[in-house]
Design a protein around this ligand. Structure first.
Ligand SMILES: NC(=O)c1ccc[n+]([C@@H]2O[C@H](COP(=O)([O-])OP(=O)(O)OC[C@H]3O[C@@H](n4cnc5c(N)ncnc54)[C@H](OP(=O)(O)O)[C@@H]3O)[C@@H](O)[C@H]2O)c1
Length: 251
C-alpha cells in the first residue's frame, strides 16, 4: 500500500472506459474517488457500487465539465462530503467529428478545441487553490498518441489533444514549485465503445498488427499509468507523457 490512503481523487468521465477503470484502481489503492459523469448515472452508480463492494470509498457526481457552474457545484459537494481534492484525473471525452479536414467545418474543429481546452481550464482552476494551499497535488490529463502521429479522420481530436498536452507542460513548469506534478497519459487505441465506433474489424486488425505487444490496450492498462502518476510513488516526474500503446509508436 502506498501513502495515498485517504487522498481525494476526482476522475472526470468515470462512468465508463478508462475513467471507470481508473476510478476502481485509485480506490483499490486507498483513495476516496469522485466518479464524475455526464449522462450515464446508472453506470456511474455501478462503478461506485463495485468500489464499495471491494471495501473502497466512492461517490458519483453528475457535472458537465464544459460548464463552470457545474464544476464549482461538484467541487463544493465533494468538499462538504469529504474534503478538498488532492488528485485530478481529467479524462472526460468531449465528442468530436471524425472526418477529413476538407469535409470539416470550423464549427466542428473549433468547437472541439474550445470544449477540450475550456473543460481542462475550468476543472483545473477549480481544484488548484486547495492543491496550492496544501503544497501537494497530482494532475493527470488524458492525451492520445494521435496528437503526435496523425491518423485519417482524427484531425479534430489530435489537434485538440496536442493543445491540451502542451497546456499540461506549461502547468508542470508553473506548478512544480508548489508541489504539484502535472503529467499526461497518452493511450494508443483502447478496446472500448469508441474503438468499436471508429474501427471496423479490418482496421482493428491493422492496429493490432502494428503493435509489438500484439493487442489493443485495455482500459486497465491505461489506469495503471494514471495511478502511478496519481500516487506518492511518483516523486519526481512532471511534464512527462506516458505512452500506453503496446509499442505502436515509440518516442
Ligand atoms: N478509447 C481510446 O481509444 C482512447 C485513446 C486515446 C485517448 N483516449 C482518451 O481517454 C479518455 C477516455 O476515453 P474513453 O474511450 O475511455 O471514453 P468513454 O468510454 O467514451 O467515456 C467517456 C466518459 O466521458 C464522460 N463525459 C463525456 N462528456 C462529458 C462532459 N461534458 N462532462 C463530464 N463527463 C463527460 C462520459 O460520461 P457519460 O457516459 O455519463 O455521458 C464517460 O464517462 C478521453 O479523454 C479520450 O480522448 C481514449
Amino acid at each position: 500500500m502506498t501513502g495515498s490512503t485517504g487522498r481525494v481523487a476526482l476522475v472526470t468521465g468515470a462512468s465508463s472506459g478508462i475513467g471507470a477503470a481508473t476510478a476502481r484502481l485509485l480506490a483499490a489503492r486507498g483513495m476516496r474517488v469522485v466518479v464524475n459523469y455526464l449522462r450515464s448515472s446508472k453506470s456511474a452508480e455501478e462503478v461506485v457500487a463495485d468500489i464499495e463492494a471491494a471495501g473502497g470509498q466512492a461517490m458519483a457526481v453528475q457535472a458537465d465539465v464544459r460548464e463552470v457552474a457545474a464544476i464549482t457545484n461538484m467541487v463544493e459537494q465533494v468538499r462538504a462530503a469529504w474534503s478538498d481534492i488532492d488528485v485530478l484525473v481529467h479524462n472526460a471525452l468531449i465528442p468530436y467529428a471524425v472526418k477529413s479536414f476538407q469535409d470539416m467545418t470550423w464549427e466542428e474543429l473549433g468547437g472541439k478545441l474550445d470544449a477540450e481546452m475550456h473543460s481542462a481550464f475550468a476543472v483545473t482552476k477549480a481544484v488548484l487553490p486547495a492543491m496550492t494551499a496544501q503544497g501537494w497535488g497530482r494532475i493527470i490529463y488524458l492525451g492520445t498518441g494521435l496528437s503526435r502521429r496523425p491518423r485519417e479522420g482524427m484531425i479534430a481530436l489530435g489537434t485538440a489533444k496536442a493543445a491540451l498536452e502542451q497546456f499540461a507542460r506549461y502547468l508542470a513548469q508553473e506548478l512544480g514549485p508548489q508541489g504539484i506534478t502535472v503529467n499526461i497519459v497518452a493511450p494508443g487505441p483502447v478496446e472500448s465503445r469508441i474503438a468499436n465506433d471508429v474501427f471496423d474489424d479490418a482496421q482493428k486488425q491493422r492496429q493490432v498488427a502494428a503493435t509489438p505487444l500484439g493487442r489493443l490496450a485495455h482500459p486497465d492498462d491505461v489506469a495503471q499509468a494514471v495511478a502511478f502518476y496519481a500516487g506518492e510513488d511518483n516523486t519526481f516526474m512532471t511534464g512527462t507523457t506516458a505512452a500506453v500503446n503496446g509499442g505502436m509508436s515509440m518516442y
